[in-house]
Write a protein that binds this ligand. Structure first.
Ligand code: DGT
Ligand code: CA
Ligand code: CA
Ligand code: ZN
Length: 603
């Protein structure tokens, strides 16, 4: 790396000047080099703590608002940054001075950075990646796909035909998914970017539009709309300049009069638009979409002699503005009730808004309880009391503690004896809470391969709430999986079917299942179906949820929290319920008290 710059270095011996020859050493580049080192360490099967320290440092560097190049003159200032210790500070000084760090250079003599991507494929751990590299010189996804198709992998140990088939499917999925981002991650980025934009004086409001505002579970890119005095046409150039120079920008893609597009280090694209207050509502309406909703809305405008664009709703005959400053005014002028963003998919919302029959959508404040969460007894990070306190702090009136059963060995799942002891502990803590919140004794019992439950009926009968879930053998044929779940629900102790499809957003497809059959039977039996609010699961799609309601299923929205912080993920679940047109009465855990809930549960 140094050799390219040698001719320049020869003309200048001062360390301070050397630095200049590596000009673009901005924070993003430093972060990328640290992250890349972490990836190479991972392939090298290094100590996980060491890997993590590089990852954490990369994140810390990326979050800095001052350029580290200036701090590196005095390494003590680097130590003041959380997540950066002595060793890491000296790494950063190395990067600033030489454009790389010795460890990375050493690892690069053995591995390639593109191998990092291979780790994201199913069955590809660090050892396999290293082996494929040494045996076949394969270091990236395209080459791997080629090698798999040519049957070259089959010759390597433990990589038979089954492995190859699974891998090729994994590559296909990865290509399909890697261009989209999970909603919670998109939210984090939106907040981080908004905070930086807000540092510019004269910014009043920043609203994420597009699929994020509509609450889709994944987003393709981020659309941020900005308004305030600094966005008025005569002064907007300075604000655009500020946005185009945000420290977290990886690549600047486009920069117009009032628009900046860029990508972040993780390849997420961000479109920022700075708009005068007078047309903010029209822009918000336009860029929230969806495209299909907007098409239908424009047709409605045309029928009324109006025209709708991203600047205003105008009268065609004389071009006068009818509405532009707020979305509400635009919908009103089209004789429509205000349509919440989650419904804007052209799925009947215009007709309902015209007929004043839009549902009163469920909101976060309607939720009174959470019926699925874990503690340190199995794979959670907090105690029963900590979960209860945190839930009470969030205004909940009741929760169910539902730790795992023994079949899920990697979570230290409970056998009957432990499950019964756990009930007693839950009841003790419940008594100590003095009515601040009611803690129900529950369990998340595994549905075994043929639909048997993992704990005895006697144990289950002692519980207030039984959630039954599939955690294994996801590859069963569709008939078998359907039978398995139907059989589990026949057990009269089952109150709730937990995460009914087993999917993980952008990671794992749902298992093969006749979901319609399952929902119908659940409704007949009085088993509630869970919408898992965790944005990683978001188990039932908006279509499933609509179907569930049509069949008369009771629906529970639960966080499946494994720590107190995850209780906040309920909001992502609510968004999906809203997208499915659900109202508070459709949802079990909006019932006001534990008693009301227990009366409504199946048993
Ligand atoms: P995404 O980013 O793939 O998750 O989905 P969206 O809905 O955020 O789509 P995006 O980012 O391409 O555009 C944001 C919104 O802007 C979109 O929902 C509607 C509006 N929009 C963008 N381009 C067009 C267009 O060519 N025609 C119409 N009618 N609307 C558009
Ligand atoms: Ca978008
Ligand atoms: Ca966009
Ligand atoms: Zn589970």
């Amino acid at each position: 790396m140094l050799h390219n710059s040698c001719s320049l270095l020869h003309t200048c011996t001062s360390r301070r000047h050397v630095r200049r020859w590596f000009l673009p050493m901005d924070n993003i580049t430093i972060a990328r080099l640290l992250d890349e080192t972490a990836a190479l360490l991972e392939i090298d099967a290094a100590d996980p703590f060491r890997i993590r320290s590089y990852r954490r440092a990369a994140e810390a560097v990326e979050q800095q608002t001052t350029q580290l190049v200036t701090l590196a003159e005095d390494p003590k200032q680097l130590l003041a940054i959380a997540g950066i210790g002595k060793g890491m500070a000296s790494n950063i000084v190395d990067i600033v001075n030489t454009g790389t760090l010795p460890l990375r250079e050493e690892l690069l003599t053995r591995y390639k950075p593109s191998m990092l991507e291979l780790l994201r494929l199913p069955g590809m751990g660090p050892k396999t990646v290293a082996l494929i590299w040494s045996a076949l010189q394969v270091a990236d996804i395209d080459a791997l796909e080629e090698a798999a198709k040519a049957g070259h992998l089959n010759k390597l140990p433990r990589m038979g035909e089954k492995f190859t088939t699974k891998l090729l499917k994994g590559i296909e999925d990865y290509r399909k998914n890697s261009s989209r981002f999970r909603v919670d991650h998109a939210h984090e980025h939106a907040e981080r970017i908004s905070a930086l934009i807000r540092e510019f004086p004269g910014i009043d409001e920043i609203t994420p539009a597009g699929s994020l505002r509509r609450g889709r579970e994944t987003v393709g890119d981020l659309d941020l709309l900005v308004t305030g005095p600094a966005c008025e046409p005569n002064v907007v150039a300075a604000a655009v300049e500020h946005v185009a120079n945000l420290p977290l920008i990886d690549k600047l893609l486009a920069r117009g009069q009032n628009k900046v597009s860029f990508t972040l280090r993780n390849q997420l694209q961000v479109d920022v638009r700075l708009l005068p207050r007078a047309s903010y509502g029209a822009a918000l309406q336009y860029f929230t979409g969806s495209k299909m909703h907007n098409v239908a809305l424009r047709q409605r405008a045309i029928k009324r002699g109006l025209t709708l664009n991203e600047y205003a709703l105008l009268r065609v005959e004389d071009n006068t503005i009818v509405a532009a400053e707020t979305e509400e005014a635009i919908y009103r002028a089209l004789d429509l009730d205000y349509i919440p963003p989650e419904l804007r998919e052209n799925g009947g919302e215009l007709e309902a808004a015209a007929a004043h029959t839009l549902p009163q959508l469920i909101t976060l404040t309607d939720i009174r309880g959470d019926l699925h969460m874990h503690t340190v007894e199995t794979d959670g990070s907090n105690t029963i009391r900590e979960m209860a306190e945190a839930a009470a702090d969030r205004g909940l009136k009741y929760i169910a503690i539902t730790d795992h059963s023994k079949n899920l060995a990697m979570t230290n799942g409970m056998d009957d004896k432990r499950a019964l002891a756990h009930i007693r502990r839950i009841r003790e803590i419940d008594a100590e809470m003095n009515g601040r919140i009611r803690i129900l004794a529950g369990v998340e019992v595994d549905i075994l391969g043929e639909g048997e439950l993992d704990l005895s009926d006697e144990t289950l009968a002692e519980m207030d709430v039984v959630v039954a879930s599939v955690h294994s053998r996801f590859d069963q044929p569709i008939e078998q999986m359907t039978e398995r779940i139907l059989r589990a629900m026949e057990n009269p102790n089952v109150d709730i079917l937990g995460h009914p499809t087993g999917r993980k957003v952008l990671k794992r497809d749902p298992y093969a299942l006749h979901i319609d059959t399952v929902l119908k039977r659940a409704a007949e039996l009085g088993v509630a179906v869970e919408h898992n609010a965790s944005p990683a699961r978001s188990d039932l799609t908006d279509l499933h949820l609509r179907l569930a309601r049509e069949h008369g299923c009771r629906i529970a929205v639960n966080t499946d929290a494994h720590s107190t912080g995850e209780l906040d993920q309920i909001r992502f679940g609510i968004t999906q319920l809203r997208r499915a047109w659900l109202t508070a009465p459709d949802v079990l855990n909006t019932l006001p008290t534990a008693e009301a809930l227990l009366a409504q549960l199946r048993r």
